[in-house]
Ligand binder design. Sequence first.
Ligand SMILES: C[S@@+](CC[C@H](N)C(=O)[O-])C[C@H]1O[C@@H](n2cnc3c(N)ncnc32)[C@H](O)[C@@H]1O
Length: 244
Amino acid sequence: MNLGRGPVEGDAFGQALLARQEGKVGDIVSERDDGLVELDPFDYFSPPHGPVWDWVVARAGHRILDIGAGAGRAALALQAMGRQVLALDVSPGAVEVCRRGGVASTFLGTVLDLAATGPVPFDSFIAINSLSIVFSPTQAVGFHDALRAIGHPDSPLVGTILDPYRTDAPVHLAYQEANRAAGRMAGEVRWRVRFQRLADPWHSILWACPEELAEIAGWAGWRLVETTPTADARYGALLRPEPT
Ligand SMILES: C[S@@+](CC[C@H](N)C(=O)[O-])C[C@H]1O[C@@H](n2cnc3c(N)ncnc32)[C@H](O)[C@@H]1O
């Protein structure tokens, strides 16, 4: 055990989810690399509902890969509808929470790890609040080839993502400006989760408006075919693979 100063690197996000599932205090604190610290207001356990969720469900197929499943709320809802869902996450704690919560099929690892096991192809991929991971500049290498390898030629990718420009908070606008000045996309966010003494490794995600998403997705071999707004700054996006 590290009894020194400073946080201990580990599965902060997963341990926070486990604590919440056990009814303990599981506040998820996010830390951005400009020093901004915030309490994550997202409810990882409530079943998804509402027009955007219905929109996702109508576009997801029967055999679904849930990328970045978190506590498994989307996987559980789809499973209850009779769909076949594999909940994938890199956080051991999150995958454990999925299992304990009743998700029948889970995978601990990345999409690349899954592709290496040669799974039965998926009809669709969902990334609820996780498209920012799928299109993260640091995760792109091999990610989209792996998705192609485990899908059918027309398997869509459906998910939600935050439009970073729908804010007027000076702290976020300044972060975007600093990104641009450093040659990065405005919506690239380097952050980590903190829980008690634990800290996830620092990693980058990408928030993008529909025009940016269309462009980045195009580089990765996807076509943005449809978007739908949500009540907040997020939006739903449906992407289809470009023919190879
Ligand atoms: C914002 S949470 C979304 C959770 C869930 N989809 C929901 O809507 O409640 C993002 C999830 O992606 C996972 N994640 C981060 N990087 C990942 C990667 N490279 N592959 C798979 N999952 C990843 C995190 O552990 C976390 O559970």
